[in-house]
Design a protein around this ligand. Structure first.
Ligand code: DGP
Ligand code: NA
Ligand code: NA
Length: 215
């Protein structure tokens, strides 16, 4: 019997995205997850957006560190372009069975720009056609708690009043497919929940779940 969905060549890596406010613990959870999956023998890479290493990324970095000023729409499109310039590499990694753990993606793009008052649909438009994540994990923390953690690095968006608006934007974007984890739990508990949901997602992708696009 020919079973298309069990065909080994359909197997692919999973696109896993972590989202949340600044200081929610995303970055350290991404690196813990990477080590865990590597130890299990998975082919896996850790990515982040913005990717500050490209030309576009350097413009973004200079904006975030307040070295340059840009119109809100212009910086929005640069963040989006920074994801577009990685799209084909992302797709080839997934097709060659590499799982990608991505620290921020299009949801950050929409949440941060709409928090400035830009129209939600306008914010979503340039993200259309990027690869859709197989799993979005939201590390949930209140803006007040996140601010208490300290270590706001002084970048442009790292201010309590703005983070409150970002939190509201994320609430609007969130749907039932997102896995929401309480980011105020001990690190090990967050990690445990994350591992379980990610392993389930990887299994589904290994069975040949088709790649799809936003939105
Ligand atoms: P990070 O490197 O994860 O700390 O991100 C840098 C800052 O940029 C952080 O405050 C979140 C914000 N950010 C990330 N992606 C986007 C995006 O696509 N659009 C906007 N406007 N902000 C973003
Ligand atoms: Na940050
Ligand atoms: Na970004």
């Amino acid at each position: 019997i020919h079973m298309e969905s069990n065909n080994k060549s359909d197997s692919r890596g999973a696109l896993i995205v972590l989202e949340g406010l600044d200081r929610c613990g995303k970055t350290s959870q991404c690196s813990r997850l990477l080590s865990y999956l590597e130890e299990l023998g998975h082919s896996v890479e850790s990515w982040r957006f913005p990717d500050r290493s490209t030309g576009v990324g350097q413009m973004i970095s200079s904006y975030l560190t307040q070295k340059s000023q840009l119109d809100d729409h212009a910086i929005h499109l640069l963040f989006s372009a920074n994801r577009w310039e990685k799209r084909s590499l992302m797709e080839s990694k997934l097709r060659s069975n590499t799982t990608l753990i991505v620290d921020r993606y299009s949801f950050s793009g929409v949440a941060f720009s709409s928090a400035k008052g830009l129209d939600l649909d306008w914010c979503k438009a340039p993200e259309a056609g990027l690869l859709a994540p197989d799993l979005v994990v939201y590390l949930d923390i209140s803006p007040e708690k996140a601010a208490e953690r300290g270590g706001y690095g002084g970048e442009r968006y790292e201010q309590l009043e703005f983070q409150k608006k970002v939190a509201l934007s994320y609430q609007m974007l969130r749907d039932d497919t997102w896995k929401v984890i309480d980011a105020t739990l001990p690190v090990e508990d967050v990690e445990k929940q994350l591992r379980q949901t990610v392993l389930e997602c990887i299994q589904i992708c290994e069975k040949g779940k088709p790649i799809s696009e936003l939105w």
